[in-house]
Design a protein around this ligand. Structure first.
Ligand code: NAD
Length: 489
């Protein structure tokens, strides 16, 4: 690790074969809450990826031959070390990403720790299949083995959380990895590399190459010795990755965007529904793939809902993310803030009503945050279903509220987008929540709650929201190659 410049600007290095390696060129990464350069990130390309893949390939024979319990102990040790440094990780994640320190402390870093513990445990409990054919005198069974070098590409919204959600199962299964975090949020991945040796992760098992998607990401996707790519990010990037990897018939896991509906029936418990739906709309500045961005409210309770929802949204405090009382931090970049603001402008131009937030309420920021990329939680009503605000992923603190009349109608409208990641349904009628949940085109449906996760079960999206699922069994299947063996006795 190097500290450079008079202001002690952080300079990251790639982590290849167990060593930190400087790069020939660097890019700036910003602190979104101040607009200042926070650190310099290696601008890696083919050469760096080549070295990392070679290190991962060299480490594969030893790592893949370790027993699951040996690997499990190492993962648990790594979890303990990250947990020991939780506060430092949370501070870095908040500074690098713009998210509130409270969110980083209570969600991002604890979940990264949990990812390692979870896969350290689940890897010990898999059972393969066996069938018998007595008339043929045969038994068949399946065996599973790690695949090789896994390429892992992650986004900027939940940096260490999502990267470890890939690294943990990949190495638990015996693969070695080359990971490329988002160029906008690389710091916590680099901090994690500093703990690998102490945890007992052998050199070359986890390699991290920093840089842009176009250079470092593509080099990884196009590398012939990387047979599987696990990607979380936008649908557009996933399409490019699919094209680029086609020549090598790579195995792909794609976790992509969403345009998630909340469906609120007139028998919903609004005292639970309203605070949870404000949270599902604005948590982490709305920069979670699972965030709600289309709220369908049954007509009988529409005006009451809107009034109470807007009042609740206005309680969310926007400001300096390092202030523990702040609920909404900064958006990831200037460009992203502009993009999100433009959606609000377009909605207004189409005749929708902005009830609170952007352009309606004053945003006052502390002196040190004047150049940060902030935006107030914004609620838009009377938006047409065809509007881009109801069709495209905004990925910011913006949510649209519209009225509906019948169950049949709302299912059709909720399904009327290209995405299918997550939905919430609010109703006190058990029959109805089951009926609606079954008919929604969505990989995840939460009823009367949001973001309650059991990592054992499949996570992932339908339609343009992705291909494949992640979870105890699903990640195990993705990160291993299965073989059917038949024995005649
Ligand atoms: P992005 O697609 O721009 O980037 C994701 C990663 O891919 C980054 O590391 C980036 O550098 C890399 N990349 C970009 N172009 C590449 C290329 N041509 N080849 C290889 N790699 C490339 O996404 P983002 O803006 O960082 O993240 C936001 C998106 O991620 C949103 O759409 C959000 O919904 C989605 N997301 C999905 C999930 C999920 O689990 N379904 C979770 C979080 C975020």
């Amino acid at each position: 690790p190097t500290m450079a410049h008079s202001q002690a600007l952080l300079v990251l290095e790639n982590f290849i074969g167990g060593k930190f390696v400087p790069c020939s060129s660097y890019i700036d990464s910003y602190n979104p809450s101040t607009g200042d350069v926070y650190c310099r990130v290696p601008d890696s390309g083919k050469e760096e990826v080549e070295a990392a893949v070679k290190a991962a390939k060299d480490a594969f024979p030893i790592w893949s031959s370790k027993s699951p319990s040996e690997r499990s102990q190492i993962l648990n040790k790594l979890a303990d070390l990250i947990e020991r440094d939780l506060e430092a990780f949370a501070q870095a994640e908040s500074k690098d990403q713009g998210k509130t320190i409270t969110f980083a402390r209570t969600v991002d870093i604890p979940r990264a720790v949990h990812n390692f513990r979870f896969f350290a445990s689940s890897i010990l409990h898999h059972v393969t299949e066996c069938t018998e054919m007595p008339t043929m005198g045969c038994v068949h069974y399946t065996s599973r083995a790690p695949v090789g070098v896994a390429g892992l590409i992650s986004p900027w919204n939940l940096p260490l959380y999502l990267l470890t959600w890939k690294i943990a199962p990949a190495i638990a299964c015996g693969n070695t990895v080359v990971a490329k975090p988002s160029e906008m949020t690389s710091v916590t991945a680099w901090m994690m590399c500093k703990l690998l040796e102490k945890a007992g992760v052998p050199p070359g098992v986890v390699n991290v190459v920093f840089g842009t998607g176009a250079k470092a990401g593509e080099a990884l996707v196009c590398h012939r010795d990387v047979p599987l790519i696990s990607f979380t990010g936008s649908t557009l990037t996933a399409q490019r990755i699919t094209e680029r990897s086609a020549a090598h018939c790579k195995r792909l896991s794609l976790e992509l965007g969403g345009k998630n509906p909340a469906i609120i029936f007139d028998d919903a418990d609004l005292s639970q529904c309203i605070p949870t739906t404000v949270r599902s709309s604005f948590a982490n500045q709305g920069e979670i793939c699972l965030c709600t961005s289309r709220i369908f409210v049954q007509r009988g309770i529409y005006s009451e809902f809107l009034k109470r929802f807007v009042a609740e949204a206005k309680k969310w405090k926007t400001g300096n993310p390092s202030d523990p009382t702040v609920d909404v931090g900064a958006l990831i970049s200037k460009e992203h803030l502009e993009k999100v603001r433009n959606y609000v402008k377009k909605a207004q131009a189409e005749g929708a009503r902005v009830l609170c937030g952007e352009g309606v309420d004053p945003l006052s920021l502390p002196p040190g945050n004047q150049k940060g990329y902030f935006m107030l939680p914004t609620v838009i009503a009377e938006v047409k279903d065809e509007s881009c605000c109801m069709q495209e992923e905004i990925f910011g603190p913006v949510t649209c509220v519209v009225a509906f009349d019948t169950e049949e109608e709302v299912i059709k409208r909720a399904n009327g987008v290209k995405y299918g990641l997550a939905a919430t349904v609010w109703s006190g009628n058990v029959g109805r929540v089951h009926r609606v949940a079954h008919r929604l085109q969505s990989g995840l449906v939460w009823t009367n709650c949001w973001l309650v996760r059991d990592l054992n079960l499949p996570f992932g999206g339908m339609k343009a929201s992705g291909i494949g699922r992640e979870g105890a069994k699903d990640s195990y299947e993705f990160f291993t190659e299965v073989k059917t063996i038949t024995i005649k006795h």
